[in-house]
Design a protein around this ligand. Sequence first.
Ligand code: CP
Ligand code: NVA
Length: 304
Amino acid sequence: MKRDFLHITDFTVEEIHEIFDKAKEVKARFKNREDYKPFKDHSLAMIFAKPSARTRISFETGFFRMGGHALYLSPADIEIGKREAVKDVARVISRYNDMIMARLFKHEHMLELAEYSSVPVVNGLTDKNHPCQVMADIFTILEHRGNLDDMKIVYVGDGNNIVYSWLSLAMRLPFHFVCACPENYKPDMDMVKKVNDAGVSTIEVLHDPKAAVKDADVVYTDVWASMGQKHEIEERMKHFKEFQINDDLMAAAGSNAYFMHCLPAERGKEVTDSVLEAKNSIIFDEAENRMHVQNAIMLKVAGK
Ligand code: CP
Ligand code: NVA
């Protein structure tokens, strides 16, 4: 049976820990410039329906350095679901390539792509989640803290695809997750209830960012308008203005809090320059770890 990685819950707790170990190992191999080519003579098709810097560069570079070749297929190349049905794209690509990484709008399209592909599919973001990002985030936190014990992670901003991947992680690893967002921009509360009922983690959805960040180990944010919503930014700014991460909010979190952002950041909107550039901002370690964690994920789904 082929494996896909579409949601963090596609991995068991043990497998998540295996990914951490493998990411650490592969990261060291890359740093030492070892001759490490598990994907020699393999190819990865990367389908993008939305723009990207980190996802494209980290997958392409990671796969290349592990001996394989990655093809970048831009939004105009395939027009998945428009020029050609998702299930046809899935079966055609499966005849040429050993693995697919896709960034799509609709999560249903990701599920269909995986259903009809005979090769592993890795989710590089949909409107519903961004599992590779949050796997890299938690690995980065592990590197910085040395453990994942008694963690309070406070996400301040829109209840979007990133939040759903944090909720998904909370079904597997225990932590206290707080989403501080405007009333109208909450994540799906049925999903929040489901995660709380699972009994692994504690989830709170609050609307006062200052109270929410108290004693946080990590303060995390993302853009107020995601890809596909950029035209809503003026309207959204009215609702989100109290939710900017600035020096005051970081002071309310306390001096132990790391700052994280999946990037790209819209400087001066959801976060100020000073927070992005502060000593406790670990955004570039976070960005780097996308590559190492995704390499571990690709090795896992490929059975290597
Ligand atoms: N964080 C992230 O996925 O960045 P890109 O949109 O640039 O790939
Ligand atoms: N929520 C953002 C994440 C970008 C990496 C978006 O979907 O645009």
